[in-house]
Structures are given as C-alpha cells and as structure tokens.
Design a protein around this ligand. Structure first.
Ligand code: AMP
Length: 396
C-alpha cells in the first residue's frame, strides 16, 4: 500500500485531495472541524519534508459557482488548525491557479476553490482531472469521505501520476482499521448494527456474516426482525417488505455459526417526542399505539455481556433515537460497554454517520480505538466493495 513514507517531498509539490466538506453555520463559521484536524498530519509531513501542499476539496452540493459553498469561508479555520499560513485561490483550474501554484515555495500551502463549482468534478471528467493533475508532482489522496466516488479529483486524476501517488495518513488509517476489523481480527468479533432501517444495512450484514462471531441488532430495524418472528410491535418503525429478508438473515447466520442478538426489551412511547409517556416492555409485547424508540435495561445488560467478551468490535448505528434524551440511554450504555472493552484491550471501530455523532455527543471519542471520518465510504467498505478512490491509488 503506497503511503506518504514512500516519498520524500523535498522541493516537490504535493497535490492533496482532502475532505474539507465541513458543516458551516449561518455566519459561515465551521461548526465541526473534525475533518480538518484529520488531514493535518498528512499536510504537515509534506511541509516537514520541505515540500509544498496544494489542497483540493469539495464543500456541500453547489449548483455551479455559489458563494455560500466557497472554501474561502474555511481558510481561517484551516490556518488555525494547521498553525501555518494558507494561501487561497478563488478557482481550482485555469491560469490564475497555474500562476499561484508556480509561485508556491517549499513550506507553503495553497487551498484551491471548491472542486464542485465545476460539474466535471462529479462527472469524473478526464480532461478536468488532467488539468488538476498539472498542479502537482505527487498525488496524495487523503479524502476517505469521498473515496467511494469515482470523481475527477478522487479517482480519475490518479492515472496521471503513475508511481507518483499514495494514500495520505488519514486514508491509510481508515483502510487499516477496517482491515483490522474484518480480515486481521482477534476473535471473538462483534458487529453492532443499529440505526433506522434494515434495508440500508443489508449489504453490510451479508458481507460480515462470514467475518464475525456475533451481530448485535438494535435501533429501528429491531422491529422488522421482531415482527417477522411473530412479536407484537405496536406502531414501531417497520419495513413490512423486509420481513422475509430478516428471517433469511437469521437462518444464514445460524448456518454460519454467527450468533445474532436482538433487543429483548424496549423503551416505548405513545408519541414521537421527548416529553411523551414512556414504559419499558418486552420487545415482543408492544401495545397498539405505542412505539419502541430505545433499547431497554435488560437489553443493555445482555449486549454489555457480549461486548465484554469481544476482542474486536465494530459499531455502526445507534440503538435508539439518541437525539432525544429520553431515548438515548441504550446508546449510551452501549458506548460505555464498548469503552470498557477497549480499555481492557479490545480493538473498537466506530463508523458510519449517526453512531459517530452519538460517540461525539456522549464523549466516547477518546475511549474507542478508532472513529471513522467517512459515512457512505465506510458502509461501502463494510459491504465488501472496493472503493474507486482506493483502487485508483493501487493501480499502476
Ligand atoms: P441510520 O442512518 O440508518 O444509522 O439511522 C440513524 C437514525 O436511526 C437515528 O437518527 C436514530 O434516531 C434512528 N433510530 C434509532 N432507533 C430508532 C427507532 N427505534 N425508531 C426510529 N428511529 C430510530
């Protein structure tokens, strides 16, 4: 796997695809700078070698050149985090950029304007990729968040850098973490899959059945399984047409000796609100008009026992509607169990959208082994897909 350590960047211009797609508030202030922090070590390595860094990223989903999506809004934040001056050019291809690049000295950083101001970026346009490629001597991909897209700057561009391309530290670490969980793991391996729907996790479940010992199911998708097994789920979230699928997953798991753990009790409510009435009941006995929005206390204990004996843990998706305090306890209990197992030597990887939000909200970030920066990209890797942004670096 080509990494930064395979190159000396002295007097070289590193063209780095970063993922600076950060959330901004109404005043265009960065509200979560995780992704900028995550790119720091790659950029600093290039500068310390005596090279210069040209940073490319997208921000949001602009339709053409829309100032609200300009990367100029984040320049101050990038400077603050990197602790180094950053130059900005208000385009990402063309004369102006070529001039700024040619004037760049070793030790300097240039941030290009939002790549998605050009529709050629998402279209994976080869000509656009070639124009970008002219700005660097070595191409570095450090954008895990977009590694599942075959865009010009994430994949197509790599073919213009034969033997002069590598993964940045972040992307390398993401790949290694997933590899450690799925292929180079210490047993028992436990995957926790929560979140809203079975349909969005089915690809993951099918792929990991061959790789894990335990699967803990939680969140809204619990009830499709419980209903398929004959339980009463009241008005809980259900995917009626996925019940057969749920039964076939249980059957396949049994054949492969994978234990599936379903919640045995739930916190139920009579309306989807934090202030509504709540009760704790068996997951199979939810009355009409009530819905399950969190795992109950027996479930929390049962799941904690499975996690305590696991040596490798993958967590994707919350166990309840953690955004509302009254339905966050199951997710918090799970986080505590994972933190404890990690402290006792297990390797734990948290990734994929909302579980990352939960981990941050409840302060588990430093208590798990690795928190992935990619949502969709992480899910696709867990589905066993090879991502275009990764293949492009590995190809000659
Ligand atoms: P996902 O993006 O599929 O990981 O789903 C995450 C979302 O699932 C979160 O916003 C949770 O609020 C939601 N969720 C978790 N448990 C439930 C539940 N029992 N009923 C409805 N939504 C849920």
């Amino acid at each position: 796997m080509p990494t930064l350590n395979d190159f000396n960047f002295e007097n070289k211009k590193a063209l780095i695809r970063v993922d600076f797609n950060v959330p901004l508030n109404n005043e265009f202030m960065v509200t979560d700078a995780t992704r900028i922090h995550a790119a720091k070590s790659t950029i600093i390595k290039v500068l310390e070698d005596g090279g210069s860094a040209i940073l490319m990223s997208h921000l949001g989903r602009p339709k053409g050149k829309e100032d609200q999506f300009s990367l100029r809004h984040i320049v101050e934040k990038v400077i603050e985090i990197l602790g180094v001056q950053v130059k900005f050019v208000d385009d990402c291809v063309g004369e102006k950029v070529a001039k700024a690049v040619s004037e760049l000295e070793p030790g300097e950083i240039l941030l290009l304007e939002n790549l998605r101001f050009y529709e050629e970026e998402k279209a994976g346009d080869k000509n656009f990729a070639e124009q970008l490629s002219n700005f660097g001597d070595i191409y570095v991909n450090d954008a895990f968040g977009t590694a599942h897209r075959a865009h010009a700057s994430t994949a197509i561009i790599a073919e213009f850098f034969p033997n002069k391309k590598c993964f940045g530290n972040l992307l390398a670490r993401e790949i290694e973490s997933i590899h450690k969980v799925l292929n180079d793991n210490e047993k028992p391996v436990t995957a926790i899959l929560g979140g809203a729907k079975v349909s969005s996790k089915i690809g993951v479940i099918e792929n990991i059945l061959d790789k894990v010992d335990h699967i803990i199911i939680g969140g809204g998708m619990t009830f499709t399984f419980i209903k398929a097994l004959g339980g009463s789920i009241g008005s809980s979230l259900v995917e009626e047409d996925k019940q057969e699928l749920a039964l076939s997953i249980l059957k396949k798991a049994k054949a492969k000796n994978v234990e599936i753990h379903l919640p045995v009790d739930a916190i139920i409510t009579d309306s989807f609100s934090n202030d509504a009435n709540t009760k704790e009941v068996d997951t199979t006995q939810i009355p009409d008009g009530w819905m399950g929005l969190d795992a109950g206390s027996k479930t929390a204990e049962k799941f904690a026992a499975v996690i305590a004996k696991s040596k490798t843990i993958l967590w994707n998706g919350p166990l309840g509607v953690f955004e509302m305090e009254n339905f966050s306890k199951g997710t918090i209990a799970l986080g505590n169990a994972i933190a404890e197992a990690t402290a006792n030597g297990a390797f734990s990887l948290v990734g994929g959208g909302d579980s990352v939000a939960a981990v941050k909200q409840f302060g588990f970030e430093g208590k798990v082994s690795y928190v992935s920066t990619g949502g969709g990209a992480m899910l696709e890797m867990l589905e066993g897909k090879t991502l275009p942004g990764i293949i492009a670096i590995l190809n000659e």
